[in-house]
Design a protein around this ligand. Structure first.
Ligand SMILES: NC(=O)c1ccc[n+]([C@@H]2O[C@H](COP(=O)([O-])OP(=O)(O)OC[C@H]3O[C@@H](n4cnc5c(N)ncnc54)[C@H](O)[C@@H]3O)[C@@H](O)[C@H]2O)c1
Length: 259
């Protein structure tokens, strides 16, 4: 699929993986909407990108909010790409805490709502917007790229809600691709391992020291540009569909993560 002249939406576009994705798509000739809640960072990035990008304050869990971001993108060109890479929080705790109390149900719901329902909200509304565009080669109208995590396969202790949400994103990938084949829209999910981003809330050197030893090769954490590189490859390779792609340096989480 040709990125030049296409419009794209990136939820979480002001975040670590999102910003790298916005930069990569713009460099490939796309026009990109940064759909995020982080106004200051998103406006700075949009300003730097000039006419190739716009910021629309977006909450992925709200229908109207996501629709506004998609409308803005559709006004910039045919909507061909939607990347859901919003984040924001993790944790949540163990299923049963050490004092014997169960995981708070509300915390579980909030995490699933943010990571799984929010991703599905973007997917379904992006599919609707893409379906109304003129098809390109092979009848292709666009590609929707979700972001799971390898924690969706091998969640670590204390992350049951996050693992469930990411497992849900993995699980809906093939079904959504099958559903959307009729309108020529592909669905691919990326399952990252450990990438250096602000999500860890620590200095990069400290995060790297914690995680790098657990990665077989390359013996370091992933760089956001490597995630963005994969986004571009998925966009441009029309035969990738209905698949979850791990990008993780062959790391497999043990029960306690890096420890
Ligand atoms: N960094 C990693 O190692 C890693 C590993 C596996 C999976 N992931 C996944 O990748 C995604 C992005 O992670 P990151 O490390 O870039 O995080 P990040 O914290 O750097 O960026 C997340 C961005 O999402 C935005 N956001 C938060 N709530 C939002 C909402 N309701 N609507 C729209 N935007 C919202 C934030 O403002 C922020 O800009 C997450 O889904 C995360 O689970 C990251």
């Amino acid at each position: 699929m040709e990125l030049s002249g296409a419009a794209a939406v990136v939820t979480g576009g002001a975040g670590g993986l999102g910003e790298a994705t916005v930069r990569r798509l713009v460099a490939a000739g796309a026009r990109v909407v940064i759909a995020d809640l982080a106004r200051e960072k998103a406006e700075a990035l949009a300003g730097e990108m000039g006419a190739a990008a716009a910021f629309v304050e977006t909450d992925v869990t709200e229908e109207d909010s996501v629709s506004r971001a998609l409308d803005c993108a559709s006004a910039m060109g045919p909507l061909r790409v939607a990347v859901a890479v919003h984040g924001g929080f993790g944790g949540g705790g163990r299923t049963l805490r050490s004092d014997g109390t169960p995981h708070a149900l509300e915390d579980f719901r909030r995490t699933v709502d943010h990571y799984l329902v929010g991703t599905f909200n973007v997917l379904r509304l992006a599919a609707q917007a893409m379906a109304s565009t003129d098809p390109g080669e092979d009848g292709e109208r666009g590609v929707i790229i979700n972001t799971a995590s390898i924690a969706g396969y091998e969640g670590t202790i204390g992350t049951v809600a996050y693992a469930a949400a990411k497992g849900g994103v993995i699980g809906m990938t093939l079904t959504a691709a099958r559903d959307l084949a009729v309108v020529g829209v592909r669905v691919v999910t990326i399952a990252p391992g450990t990438f250096i981003t602000p999500a860890y809330g620590m200095e990069p050197e400290k995060v790297e020291a914690m995680w790098a030893p657990a990665v077989p090769f390359p013996k370091r954490m992933g760089q956001p540009r490597e995630y963005a590189h994969l986004v571009q490859a998925i966009c441009e390779n029309s035969y990738l569909n209905g698949e979850v792609i791990r990008i993780d340096g062959a790391i497999r989480f043990g029960p306690k993560g890096p420890r």
